[in-house]
Design a protein around this ligand. Sequence first.
Ligand SMILES: *[C@@H]1O[C@H](CO)[C@@H](O)[C@H](O)[C@H]1NC(C)=O
Ligand SMILES: *[C@@H]1O[C@H](CO)[C@@H](O)[C@H](O)[C@H]1NC(C)=O
Ligand SMILES: *[C@@H]1O[C@H](CO)[C@@H](O)[C@H](O)[C@H]1NC(C)=O
Ligand SMILES: *[C@@H]1O[C@H](CO)[C@@H](O)[C@H](O)[C@H]1NC(C)=O
Ligand SMILES: *[C@@H]1O[C@H](CO)[C@@H](O)[C@H](O)[C@H]1NC(C)=O
Ligand SMILES: *[C@@H]1O[C@H](CO)[C@@H](O)[C@H](O)[C@H]1NC(C)=O
Length: 220
Amino acid sequence: MAGKENQSPHPLVPGPANGTYVRTGDDEAGRGGSRELRRQKRKKYLLYFVAFVIFQTGVILIFTMTIMKVRTPRFRVRSATFDAFNVSRQPPNNRTFNISMNAQVGVKNANFGRYKYQGTTMTFLYRGSQVGEGVIQKSSVGWRSTKKFNVAVQLTSDNFTSDSQLAADLNANILRLTSQAELKGKVALTFIFNKKKSAKMNCTMDVFLTTEQLANISCD
Ligand SMILES: *[C@@H]1O[C@H](CO)[C@@H](O)[C@H](O)[C@H]1NC(C)=O
Ligand SMILES: *[C@@H]1O[C@H](CO)[C@@H](O)[C@H](O)[C@H]1NC(C)=O
Ligand SMILES: *[C@@H]1O[C@H](CO)[C@@H](O)[C@H](O)[C@H]1NC(C)=O
Ligand SMILES: *[C@@H]1O[C@H](CO)[C@@H](O)[C@H](O)[C@H]1NC(C)=O
Ligand SMILES: *[C@@H]1O[C@H](CO)[C@@H](O)[C@H](O)[C@H]1NC(C)=O
Ligand SMILES: *[C@@H]1O[C@H](CO)[C@@H](O)[C@H](O)[C@H]1NC(C)=O
C-alpha cells in the first residue's frame, strides 16, 4: 500500500511545475506496452475516487448533523440582586411588597452561528398575577456562547388581590415567582442560510424575604 501510494504522486507532482514530465511519465507507461498496468492504474484511480466520494458524503453528513443542526437557544434567569426591599405586613388588608430586582438573564446559543433576537418583555408572575416586567433589548449572541445581562424589574403586589394568600407567603418569608418571556430571532448558520428560532423562558424561583436573596431557580 505504501509503495503504491509513493508511485502515484510522483508522476503527478512534477506535472503542474513542468508539463513535459507528466507526458513523459504517460509515455513511459505506454512505451512499456503494458495495457494491464494502465488498466490497473485506472482501476486504482477509480477506487480512490469512490473512496473520496464516500469520505466526502460522510463529511457532509457529519457537517449537517452537527454544525448545520439548529438548536433552540436556552433562555433563563440565572440569578438576581435586590436594590430596595419593601415588604409591609400590616393586617388587615395592607400587606404589600415593593421590591426592586436586578435579574441576571442568560441566553445560551449552542449553534455554530450567531443568534440575533428582537427585543421583548419578560413578565414576572406571583400566583398567576403579573407583579412586574422587564425589558429585554434587541441584541445577538455569538456562536456557541452565552450572553448574560441584567434586567431591572420592579416587583409590586398591586395586581394581587388575595390578602390571605399573601399573608401566608409573607409569614413564610418566601415569594414564589414565575418568569416568562419569548425571544424571537434567527440563527445565522452561514452567510446565506438563516433559520428562524424562538426561545421560550419559563422559570420558577423563590424570593427569600429574610435573607433578601433569590434561590431555587428552575427553568424548563
Ligand atoms: C414601604 O412601603 C410603605 C407602604 O407601602 C411606605 O409607606 C414606605 O414609605 C415604603 N418604604 C420605602 C423605604 O420605600
Ligand atoms: C398601609 O400602611 C401604610 C403604612 O405602612 C399606610 O401609610 C397606608 O395608609 C396603609 N394603607 C391601607 C389601605 O391601610
Ligand atoms: C415602589 O418603590 C419605588 C421605589 O423603590 C417607588 O417609586 C414606587 O412608587 C413604589 N410603588 C409602590 C406601589 O409603592
Ligand atoms: C398588572 O397587570 C397588567 C395586565 O395584566 C399589567 O399591564 C401591569 O403591568 C401589571 N402591574 C404590575 C405592577 O405588574
Ligand atoms: C412552565 O413550567 C411549568 C413547570 O415547570 C409548567 O407547569 C407550565 O405549564 C409551564 N408554562 C408554560 C407557559 O410553558
Ligand atoms: C429552596 O431553597 C432552600 C434553601 O436555599 C432549600 O432549603 C429548599 O429545599 C429549596 N426548595 C426547593 C423546592 O427546591
